[in-house]
Design a protein around this ligand. Structure first.
Ligand code: FAD
Length: 285
C-alpha cells in the first residue's frame, strides 16, 4: 500500500519549495510534486533586485535554492499533476502515478502564454489541458492544440495517435512533430466558440471547425485541475490563511493573485504550510 502523506505540495516553483521546506521543519510528511524544478520564471530573471539577500540572476538564485535543498534534504518528485480529487484522503494523479494525502497545497503558478478568449467557458466540454487524460476521447476526430513550447511536442504526438487530424498552433519557433496527421500553424487563435461544446476556433483569417481543443502550457487554470474549486478569473479564491473553499486544500503563490513576486510566493508557501499543519492538527485554520 502506498504511503498517504500528510501533505502533497503541487508546483515546483518558489511557493511550492517554501511550502515543502516549512512542512519539513514542522515534521510533516510531504510529497513535493513539480513538472520542473524552479522553472523558467525563476531561472530566466536577468537580475533579482527585490528579494532579501539575493544579488544576482535568477539562475544564481536557483543555484542557491538547490544548495539549500541539498543541505535540508528536500527532494522534488518530478511529475505534472493532471487531477486533484478532494476527499479523505485527497488523491492526486500525475500520468500513471497516483498519490494520496490528507491535505494539498496548490502552487502551480499562472501561465497566460497561449491563453485564448473563451477557453474557460468550455472546460470539460471540448477544452482540455491534459493530452494523456483526455486524448483517447478524440479517436478519429479533428482537434486543435495550442502549444506554448516545444517541450509539449510529445503531447501533440500522443494526441496524433488517437485523432484523425491535429491542428497544432505553435507559439514558438521551428515546431516539428514526428506524426503525419499534425498540421502546423504559426498563428495564435483569437477565440474558442461553440454552443454546448467547443466547436470552432476563430483565427485571424477565418475559422476552423474542431471537435476539441487542447491547451498545452505550463500551468492550467486551477479549476481545470481541481473540481469544485472556487476561482475569481484566473485566481484561486483564498482566505488570509490561504485556505480555499475545499477543506484541506490550500493555495500559494502567483495563482492566488497579484503581486507576482518571489517574496510573496515564498511567504505564501510558508503560510499555507502552517495552515495545513493546523488543519491536520485539528485546530482548524
Ligand atoms: C522573466 C521573469 C522575471 C521575473 N523576475 C522577477 C524578479 O526579479 N523579482 C520577483 O519578485 N519576481 C519576478 N518574476 C515573477 C516571479 O517569477 C513569480 O512571481 C514567481 O515565480 C511565482 O512563484 P510560484 O511558485 O507561485 O509560481 P511559478 O514560479 O510559476 O512555479 C510554478 C511551477 O509549478 C509547475 N506546475 C504547473 N502546473 C503544474 C502541475 N499541474 N503539476 C506540477 N507542477 C506544475 C510549473 O511548471 C512551475 O514550475 C519574474 C517573472 C518572469 C517571467
Amino acid at each position: 500500500m502506498e504511503q498517504t502523506y500528510d501533505v502533497i505540495v503541487v508546483g515546483g516553483g518558489i511557493a511550492g519549495y517554501s511550502a515543502a521546506l516549512t512542512l519539513k521543519s514542522l515534521k510533516r510528511s510531504c510529497l513535493w510534486l513539480g513538472a520542473e524544478l524552479f522553472g523558467e520564471k525563476l531561472r530566466a530573471a536577468e537580475y533579482v533586485r527585490n528579494y532579501p539577500a539575493v544579488t544576482g540572476s535568477g539562475a544564481e538564485f536557483a543555484a542557491r535554492l538547490e544548495e539549500q535543498m541539498r543541505r535540508e534534504g528536500i527532494v522534488m518528485t518530478h511529475g505534472r499533476a493532471d487531477g486533484i480529487y478532494a476527499g479523505e484522503p485527497f488523491t492526486v494523479t500525475a500520468g500513471d502515478a497516483v498519490y494520496t494525502a490528507r491535505a494539498v497545497i496548490l502552487a502551480t503558478g499562472v501561465s497566460h502564454r497561449g491563453a485564448v478568449k473563451g477557453e474557460e467557458n468550455f472546460l470539460g466540454r471540448g477544452v482540455s489541458y491534459c493530452a494523456v487524460c483526455d486524448g483517447a476521447l478524440y479517436r478519429g476526430k479533428t482537434i486543435a492544440a495550442v502549444v506554448a513550447s516545444g517541450k509539449y511536442a510529445h503531447e501533440v504526438e500522443y494526441l496524433a495517435g488517437f485523432a484523425g487530424c491535429v491542428h497544432a498552433f505553435c507559439l514558438y519557433p521551428n515546431p516539428a512533430f514526428a506524426a503525419d496527421n499534425v498540421v502546423v500553424h504559426t498563428q495564435k487563435p483569437l477565440a474558442v466558440e461553440g454552443g454546448m461544446r467547443a466547436e470552432r476556433l476563430i483565427l485571424p483569417d477565418g475559422e476552423l471547425a474542431v471537435d476539441g481543443v487542447f491547451f498545452l502550457r505550463d500551468a492550467a487554470p486551477p479549476a481545470a485541475l481541481v473540481g469544485g474549486l472556487e476561482t475569481e478569473g484566473s485566481r484561486v479564491k483564498v482566505g488570509r490563511d490561504l485556505s480555499t473553499n475545499l477543506a484541506g486544500l490550500f493555495a500559494a503563490g502567483d495563482l492566488t493573485g497579484q503581486p507576482y513576486q518571489y517574496i510573496k510566493a515564498a511567504g505564501e508557501g510558508c503560510t499555507a504550510a502552517y495552515s495545513a499543519h493546523a488543519y491536520l492538527s485539528g485546530r482548524g485554520v
